[in-house]
Design a protein around this ligand. Structure first.
Ligand code: ZN
Ligand code: ZN
Length: 178
């Protein structure tokens, strides 16, 4: 969804649009959050208005994410509903850009006379993702010995820390290391 900058007025305008899942999945695959992909398009509700040189955006975006659990490797679905707000201003000349610490502000720049909202809101959705993909907080994960999914069944393997002989060995190793 592209906005012509010269058509944005000081009157708040509301708009809804959706970003195709593929478009954001390409970014997720190359980024740090590759445990997640979108299973549905990103639905966006946005309001925007101009105040001087700055254009204010706020709204919410929602979709259904599909994650791969870091512990049990099962896929799980995660409804995502994220509010967002950000401010855009026209890219400044170089000297003043160096004075601005844009990392500290929810302030970004646009160039040219159009603003492409899809990637900007997509970025907000990606920021709202949990840092670690787990299917549930108490996921027991896979048995390190036989690979059984311990959420579904138990296996015959003895968990290593419960065996006192291993604890003694571990202590001995710590002592000899120091
Ligand atoms: Zn899990
Ligand atoms: Zn096992």
């Amino acid at each position: 969804m592209k906005l012509r900058v010269d058509r944005i007025t000081d009157e708040s305008t509301e708009s809804t649009f959706s970003v195709p899942a593929d478009e954001l999945n390409q970014r997720l695959e190359t980024g740090a959050t590759h445990e997640f992909r979108l299973a549905a398009p990103l639905e966006v509700d946005v309001r925007y208005y101009r105040a001087g040189d700055e254009i204010y955006f706020d709204g919410s975006c929602s979709t259904v994410m599909e994650g791969t659990c870091a512990r049990c490797l099962e896929t799980f679905s995660l409804p995502l509903d994220a509010p967002f707000e950000f401010v855009l201003t026209h890219a400044p000349k170089l000297e003043s850009a160096q004075e601005l610490h844009t990392d500290d502000l929810a302030l970004s720049f646009y160039e040219g006379d159009e603003i492409d909202l899809g990637p900007l809101v997509g970025e907000q959705a990606i920021l709202a993702l949990p840092t670690r993909a787990v299917c549930r907080e108490d996921c027991k994960g896979l048995c390190p010995s036989c690979g059984t999914n311990l959420n579904d069944e138990t296996c015959a393997c003895k968990p290593a820390p419960a065996d006192p002989r291993f604890a003694v060995l571990a202590n001995a190793r710590v002592r000899s290391a120091s």
